[in-house]
Design a protein around this ligand. Structure first.
Ligand code: WQD
Length: 336
């Protein structure tokens, strides 16, 4: 299928473009490049051995999306476009609602107007009202969440459900990512955070590279095996393959699945995996808990396995090794 990836030059999108091409599909990227580099798609194309067309533009521009759908004879859309910094969303809620909801609505409207009826949405485990262990897709989801970012994801899930109820031809999948980590095994594409990384593994990578003095461990007094927070870290290449599986399993209606490993990893587990990747200890200190952090958040991955025939296969050590290779080869990310 010819697949439009809105926001496709980002971390997950660029890896998904490779997975799509490797499965015989033809990715096309639309990205406003506000938080991504065209180099990611140029390199993804080289890695996949295909030309990946890239249109610079706003997925919130319905007419532009419609033109891209027509010009590239698109069969399906994977919607990544949106702002994703949890902390920033608290400071700039209106921007997050305008951009995230606006781009989803514009894309869905353009699809309806141009006869494209296959849609995969990049959602997040942050939509679960009660984070916890082995979360199932029927766990409570709502807008009573700790931040506007998560609320935009929950609202867009509701928009997709309503759009599918109104249009029986719409085939949609909602993918709830847990914690994406790692990089393509080549080391040529990876996570390229702007400024100080909010997320754990890219921060550790910069400590390992000597760019950050030490890892600050946000609390070691949680009710977990080693006291540090536990998450479900999924290798970005597994995540990318999950998108292909979802695309190929689309049926009328909406299928919502977790994309996680079902295996919990603590902050110390991630730190130690990275130390094994770099071959020496890394400096860290325990500091106060980060407000809003849940003790544990891991996926029950059963539904994805049953409905998509997909499951994650890569380990935390694979992710650490791949993230370190990306960091070493690209100390300034795509700006190098
Ligand atoms: C993981 C663990 C921290 C940094 C994110 C956001 C959002 C989502 C992915 C898309 C926690 C600890 C972290 C550090 C630390 N993306 N930590 N020191 O909090 O699960 O949430 O998930 O939806 O980006 O919701 O990810 O990587 O920020 O934190 O100790 O410098 O690492 O306390 O236990 P999180 P994270």
């Amino acid at each position: 299928m010819r697949v439009l990836l809105t926001g496709g030059a980002g971390f997950i999108g660029s890896h998904t473009a490779i997975a799509l091409a490797e499965h015989g599909h033809s990715p096309v990227v639309l990205d406003d490049l506000s938080n991504a580099s065209p180099a990611a798609i140029e390199r993804a194309g080289r890695l996949a051995g295909v030309e990946i067309p890239m249109v610079a533009g706003d997925a919130g521009d319905r007419e532009l999306v419609g033109r891209v759908l027509d010009e590239h004879e698109i069969d399906a859309v994977i919607h990544f476009a949106g702002l994703k910094a949890v902390g920033e969303s608290v400071a700039q809620p209106l921007t997050y609602y305008r951009v995230n909801l606006g781009s989803a609505i514009a894309t869905l409207e353009a699809m309806a107007a141009h006869g494209v009826d296959r849609f995969v949405f990049s959602s997040s485990a942050t939509v679960y009202e009660q984070p916890g262990e082995l979360l199932r897709e029927d766990a409570p989801v709502g807008i009573d969440l700790p931040n506007p970012y998560g609320r935009t994801k929950a609202m867009i899930e509701a928009i997709v459900a309503d759009a599918a109820a109104a249009d029986p031809s719409l085939r949609a999948a909602v993918l709830r990512y847990f914690n994406p980590v790692g990089a393509h095994e080549s080391g040529d594409i990876g996570e390229d955070p702007k400024g100080v990384p909010n997320n754990l593994m890219p921060f550790i990578a910069q400590v390992a590279a000597g760019e950050r003095e030490r890892l600050r461990i946000y609390g070691d007094d949680y009710d977990t095996a080693d006291g540090t927070g536990v998450r479900d870290y999924i290798h970005v290449s597994d995540l990318a393959e999950g998108h292909v599986a979802a695309l190929e399993a689309l049926e009328p209606g909406v299928l919502t699945v977790n994309l996680g490993t079902g295996i919990g990893g603590s902050v110390l587990d991630v730190l130690h995996a990275f130390e094994r990747a770099v071959g020496h200890e890394l400096p860290s200190e325990v500091v106060a808990r980060r407000p809003g952090d849940a003790p544990v958040s891991t996926a029950d991955p059963t539904l994805a396995r049953e409905r998509l025939g997909w499951q994650a296969t890569r380990t935390l050590d694979d992710a650490a090794r791949d993230a370190w290779r990306w960091q070493q080869r690209n100390p300034r990310g795509y700006r190098g």
